[in-house]
Design a binder for this molecule. Structure first.
Ligand code: SF4
Ligand code: SF4
Length: 352
């Protein structure tokens, strides 16, 4: 059994597939996803949260708004569902956002009603002259006024900084600024996207070039893996697996209320560009149908479905013809390649 209901400590949510930005490595910007995908304007609703939160007693779970396709604050249903969530007394509500959405008054209100429960991670990859290179369409002025309003009214804030070639020299200044503004944490991350896609640079829709730092440990790991195995794919299909989400008792809900073991499963079913994960998910649909994990249809009984009861864990250690291993698991949670940029292996996480 993947996780029992009583074991769950965190629900990670893709509350919405909307966002005001166009970051070049985001799933929503690949292959015109944000303008052409039929799934581009979806939101979870208050009825969904009724289903989601019903089984959990006060203080058991953390809600974590960190989606694959959207920023929860871009959603028209977010405020109503946030108030509902707060009324259920969760242990914590974490929100990751680009910071360019909503007004200072809204942020003040969030800080005041958040009490000790709400924590916000602002994804800011640089300073005034660099943040919008990767965070395309973000407004520095708006981010700063929003942050000030939130922190000055008692909000708990963390700064997440993805290092690239164009902002690496600003890490120390950004950390000082975070401390001056009253952030509680400053977190420097690298990204695995360059290594995963085996490219050194991306071009943004504004024509800027975004390049990986030369010393990203992923690059070296990838080279070593490719020399020790015949290919990365052969590594992914044979490495031992240590499931990151099971370890921290977390589970993921996408913007259609489908339950997945993790965020890395919640993206491929909706991608429009050709990718290595496609075939596995087509197989899953052919085996169980597209609604096998829909919480709107089955409620939390989904957790007892064959996929969560047997398939997933067996596919890691004893894959069979029926319970095939997912490329996603080998790539993400294998022993020699750190795919995650945000969990467990952050480069430099400082409490301020
Ligand atoms: S802010 Fe987040 S959701 Fe929006 S485009 Fe950037 S990475 Fe994607
Ligand atoms: S990719 Fe697979 S092994 Fe990794 S967290 Fe997700 S379900 Fe677990």
């Amino acid at each position: 059994m993947y996780l029992l209901l009583d074991d769950i400590k965190e629900l990670q949510l893709d509350h919405s597939s909307r966002c005001n930005l166009s970051c070049p490595q985001c799933a929503r910007t690949q292959n015109n996803w944000s303008t052409t995908s039929p799934n581009r304007n979806l939101d979870l609703t208050i009825e969904d949260y009724n289903i989601l939160l019903a089984p959990f007693p006060p203080n058991q779970i953390q809600l974590f708004h960190c989606g694959n396709f959207g920023d929860a604050l871009a959603s028209p249903t977010f405020d109503q569902t946030l108030d509902f969530s707060l009324s259920k007394n969760p242990k914590r509500i974490k929100i990751t956002t680009n910071g360019s959405l909503r007004s200072p008054d809204w942020w003040k209100d969030l800080a005041l009603k958040g009490r000790d429960v709400i924590r916000v991670a602002f994804s800011i990859d640089g300073l005034e002259d660099t943040n919008s290179i990767y965070r395309v369409n973000s407004s520095w002025k708006k981010i700063l006024t929003n942050i000030k309003s939130f922190i000055e009214n008692g909000g708990y804030a963390r700064w997440d900084f993805i290092e690239f070639k164009h902002n690496y020299h600003q890490i120390k200044s950004a950390q000082k600024m975070a401390s001056d503004l009253g952030f509680k944490e400053f977190n420097v991350k690298y990204t695995a996207r360059f290594a995963e896609q085996e490219v050194q640079r991306f071009k943004t829709s504004k024509g800027h070039i975004v390049e990986d730092v030369n010393f990203n440990p992923n690059k070296k790991n990838l080279e070593d893996i490719k020399s020790d195995f015949s290919s990365f794919d052969s590594y992914a299909s044979s490495t031992s697996i240590s499931c990151k989400y099971k370890l921290r008792k977390s589970i993921f809900v996408d913007m259609k209320m489908r339950l997945w073991p993790c965020c890395w499963f919640g993206a491929p079913p909706y991608l429009q560009h050709k990718n290595k994960q496609q075939e596995d998910f087509q197989y899953l649909n052919s085996l169980y149908g597209e609604k096998f994990n829909c919480l709107r249809t089955h409620g939390w009984d989904v957790l007892t479905h064959d996929f969560f009861r047997n398939y997933l864990e067996q596919s890691w250690s004893l894959p069979t013809k029926k319970y095939r291993r997912f490329y996603t698991c080998g790539r993400t949670c294998g022993e020699r390649f750190e795919f995650s940029s945000g969990y467990g292996k952050n480069k430099n996480h400082t409490s301020l």
